[in-house]
Structure formats: C-alpha cells, structure tokens
Ligand binder design. Structure first.
Ligand SMILES: Nc1ncnc2c1ncn2[C@@H]1O[C@H](COP(=O)(O)OP(=O)(O)O)[C@@H](O)[C@H]1O
Ligand SMILES: N[C@@H](CCC(=O)OP(=O)(O)O)C(=O)O
Length: 268
C-alpha cells in the first residue's frame, strides 16, 4: 500500500500519443473518454488536476488523412496546429459532458529559462485551478522550432510534464504510457523483462535500462521518462509510470495500490 500517494491533492497526468491513438492511426475514443471521466471525477473529489496531453501531430495526421507525419519541420508544425485544435475540441466536448471547463496551455522552454515567463505561467495555472478549470497542456509546436532546438524546445512531453509538476508544485505526476512501467530491459525486445516497482534514485544503472526510442507514435521511449523522473525526484515529489490503456487505473493508483513504477525518495 502506497499511503502517501493516496493523499495527493495536486496531480499532473501526462498522456502520450500511443495511449490516445490506435496503431492504425485512428483516435482511441474509448481511452480518451475514460481518461476524461477519471479526471472529471478526481476534480469532483477535490483534487487539482492538470492534464499534459500529446497527440497534436497524431490527431493532425488523422484529420488531414495523411499516412505519416511530414518530414520537414514546418509541415509537422502545420499538422500539429490542425491536430491541437481538434484535440482540444474533443477534450472540451467530453469534459463539458461532465460539467467541467478546460483551458488550453501551450508552453515553450521559456517558462523555465525566463523568470517573467515562469511567473506568468505559474499565475495562470494558479488562477485556473482556483476556478476549477482543467488545464490541458502541450508544447507550443508552432514556436518550438527544430533549428533552435536547444533554446526553445522541451524535446518531449515527458520532460514538459515534469516541468509543469515543478511549476505548480504537484504532489504527484502520473505518466500514462503504452507499457506497464519501467522494466529491467525493453519488454518489446526481451520477453523475460521484469517490472521495477520502485525507484528511489536515478542511478547510471537505471538510466541504462531505458534503452532507445519507443513505439510508432511515441517519441521518447523510457529515456525521456527517466529524465522527467530525475526532475521530479530533485523536487522531492513523486512520479508513477503506468499503462494508459485503461485510464481507470488512475483511481487504483490514487487509492495507494502498487501499480506501475513509483519514483519516490521515500522508502515505501
Ligand atoms: N526498460 C524499459 N522499460 C519499459 N519500456 C521501455 C524500456 N526501454 C525502452 N522501452 C520502450 O519505451 C516505450 C514507451 O515509450 P513511448 O513509445 O515514447 O511512449 P509514450 O507515447 O507513452 O511516450 C515502450 O513501449 C518500450 O518499447
Ligand atoms: N507536441 C507533440 C508531443 C510529442 C510527444 O512528446 O509525444 P509523446 O512521446 O507521445 O508524449 C504532439 O502533441 O504531437
């Protein structure tokens, strides 16, 4: 039983493209609907929830009936612009069915590099949460250009979700992936891989487990999730990586059940 997890008041939930889209490129409405229902209920319980959602490019590819993402950066950004508004339309409609209002927050790396930007973002989140508005966050793909990657780009939404957790001082970050958690090797390459229940420090050995990139739609694999965990642990907060196939798993996690991989400085 993970008792401290159950008391988490402020929770960031990150959902990856692989959870939002089927492998055939179509939108996974079943997962999105269940995710929205869970978050609406957590909010009704009195928790403060921020959703970091990828999927702009995936949904944009679907909307524009493309076979895959364009290779050139501007093409990707145009697809993301189409997909982002479509994604927000879906979220707004579904959250609206449960009487919840959402707001779109698109961020660039400025939020951590420039104190004024950080202050503005902090204030915006605070006000939204105060008014029970559910912030839905993604990277601002229009502004975050590849050529100046090192200046503006987060690189991935795993890292972005850890930064959002830092900014709002979240008690818990839940990363929903296409896999049950961190394994001792990539389960797609090694059938005997074993799930690691708890990690208390990001050692070189843990970094080594993460392997290369992930699924067709995902971008960072476990590497970016481990980087996110590093930031979360540095901030003395907690993070769980779990499978997003059925978002109802979030209720079980917040009930303190031992699910996925927990990153926490505390022993048990
Ligand atoms: N040690 C590991 N444990 C678990 N998954 C791993 C590991 N190493 C590599 N991976 C890969 O990372 C993938 C998850 O990352 P990714 O595809 O980017 O998903 P998401 O869209 O959720 O961000 C898994 O499907 C798996 O193939
Ligand atoms: N801003 C991009 C996010 C890309 C990204 O990090 O994707 P993922 O690895 O699925 O979380 C999009 O919305 O498509």
């Amino acid at each position: 039983m993970r008792t401290t997890i159950a008391t988490s008041k402020r929770v960031v939930i990150k959902v990856g493209t692989s959870s939002l889209m089927y492998a055939n490129g179509k939108i996974n409405l079943r997962t999105i609907e269940r995710l929205v229902r869970v978050i609406a209920d957590l909010s009704n319980q009195g928790r403060e929830v921020v959703l970091v959602s990828s999927g702009a490019i995936g949904v944009g590819i679907h909307k524009l009936q493309l076979d895959e993402a364009p290779i050139e950066m501007a093409g990707k950004q145009a697809v993301a612009a189409v997909g982002q508004s479509e994604l927000m339309h879906i979220y707004s409609k579904l959250f609206g069915e449960y009487g919840h209002v959402v707001g779109q927050v698109l961020l660039t790396r400025d939020v951590i590099d420039f104190p004024d930007s950080r202050k503005n973002v902090t204030n915006t989140f605070a006000k939204m949460l105060e008014h029970h508005i559910i912030p839905i966050v993604n990277e601002n793909d229009t502004v975050s250009v590849n050529e100046i990657e090192h200046v503006t780009r987060f690189g991935d939404n795993d890292q972005l979700s850890a930064i959002v957790s830092e900014i709002i001082e979240a008690d818990l970050l839940i990363i929903l992936s296409d896999i049950d958690g961190l394994y001792d090797s990539d389960p797609h390459k090694n059938k005997a891989a074993k799930l690691i229940a708890e990690v208390q420090a990001i050692t070189p050995a843990i970094e080594k487990l993460a392997g290369g990139e992930g699924s067709r739609f995902g971008t960072g694999g476990m590497v970016t999730k481990i980087e996110a965990a590093q930031r979360v642990l540095h901030n003395k907060s907690k993070m769980v990586i779990t499978n997003g196939a059925d978002p109802y798993i979030i209720h079980a996690i917040l009930a303190g059940k031992q699910i996925g991989t927990l990153f926490s400085l505390e022993e048990k």
